[in-house]
Write a protein that binds this ligand. Structure first.
Ligand SMILES: *Cc1c(COP(=O)(O)O)cnc(C)c1O
Length: 364
């Protein structure tokens, strides 16, 4: 590593920072991937090198998440946002209704897309709390095609630490884009879960979908080919040109997670990071106010406010001068947000916390 390399304290919400050693390996292999004389960017997606690479990325992910054998892993395009449409198109039969839990901006968007194509029943909408908590109870339709939720609301900073439980016979589907592989999960509880890579496990451009095989029986005939999970699953993500480089990067991140002690190791690290930050917020005597209620506080996106918007602006600007990037909250909710995904180091949080204390002393 060059002495002058100055990496940002990267608190971006996504795309977000990747582990330095992953970036360095990508750099080292950029011009010549494993003696091929080519970059992964320049390589056929039908080559044996590419096939070995994508298979290994999948195998490592299966091992880390303990994905049962009757689940397919798909690498898709269109962002997590396209999944909002694909899920009802593939899994909600004509005339059927699906249950949705609304805990923030992303689950709300999913509802909006699903409503365009058929019936939706909202099992809970946490709007009254200003999306500060997950629901305590759900209004569940026992005939629903599935129950959909978002395990971590990236914008509001609200996370589920226990899966909602659907009625018997109703399948569970989850948007886990912003807490994917940040902790262990029991995949067998889900019919389908998916995540855009650009929060925790790679660059933008690829969405990972993990699907229980029998769900493919629900897929209607004559789906537009790129929106058809059956095609994505049976063609092993290679129906058309996949986002080769993004998949390669996800593969490198899988190796890094293994080195960090797997998902248990990653979870311990993420807990230490988020606890330090929330502790600082709580110890500020009300100068910093966390947005989410304590039991639903996201370990990935820490949302908080200062006494006024002017101070929030100053905070973000001064932090930026110190190379802390991405702390301004999403434009739709304001305030501040520190996104502290897998790649963020405890030392980044320590640097931020030190700044927060100094900022309060100066402005409190
Ligand atoms: C970022 C994000 C999305 C949207 O992802 P795109 O890849 O931009 O479509 C959806 N859901 C959640 C929870 C997200 O964090």
């Amino acid at each position: 590593m060059s002495e002058t390399l100055k990496r940002a304290h990267n608190f971006n919400a996504g795309p977000a920072g990747l582990p330095l050693e992953v970036m360095q390996q990508a750099q080292a292999e950029l011009l010549d991937y494993k003696g091929t004389g080519m970059s992964v960017i320049e390589m056929s997606h039908r080559s044996k090198e590419f096939e070995a690479m994508i298979n290994e990325a999948e195998a490592d992910m299966r091992e880390l998440l303990n994905i049962p054998a009757n689940y397919k892993v798909m690498f898709m395009q269109g962002g997590a946002s396209l999944q909002f449409s694909m899920i009802p198109m593939n899994f909600r039969a004509a005339g059927a209704s699906a249950d949705y839990i609304v805990t923030g901006a992303w689950s709300k968007k999913a509802v909006q897309e699903a409503q365009k194509l058929g019936a939706v029943h909202v099992s809970a909408d946490m709007k009254a709390s200003n999306y500060a908590t997950v629901p305590e109870s759900l209004d569940l339709d026992p005939k629903a095609a599935y129950l959909y939720y978002c395990s971590n609301e990236t914008i509001h900073g609200v996370e589920f630490f226990k899966e909602p439980v659907p009625p018997a016979g109703v399948e569970l589907i989850c948007d886990t884009s912003s807490d994917f592989m940040s902790r262990p999960v029991d995949v067998s509880k889900y019919a389908y879960l998916y995540a855009g890579a650009q929060k925790n496990v790679g660059p933008a451009g690829v969405v990972i979908g993990i699907l229980r095989e029998d769900m493919l029986e629900r897929v209607p005939e004559n789906m537009p080919v790129m929106l058809d999970y059956k095609v994505q699953a049976t063609e092993k993500s290679l129906y058309n040109t996949p986002p080769c480089f993004s998949i390669y990067m996800v593969g490198l991140v899988m190796k890094w997670i293994k080195k960090m002690g797997g998902l248990a190791g990653i979870e311990a690290r993420n807990m230490a990071k988020s606890e330090l930050l929330y502790k600082t917020i709580d110890a500020s005597g009300g100068f910093y106010k966390g947005h989410a209620q304590a039991a639903s506080r996201s370990r990935m996106n820490v949302t908080f406010r200062l006494p006024n918007e002017e101070l929030e602006d100053t905070f973000a600007k001064e932090a930026k001068k110190l190379n802390m990037i991405g702390l301004k909250g999403h434009r739709s909710v304001g305030g501040l947000r520190a996104s502290i995904y897998n790649a963020v180091e405890l030392s980044d949080i320590e640097f931020l916390v030190q700044f927060m204390k100094e900022f309060q002393t100066k402005n409190g």
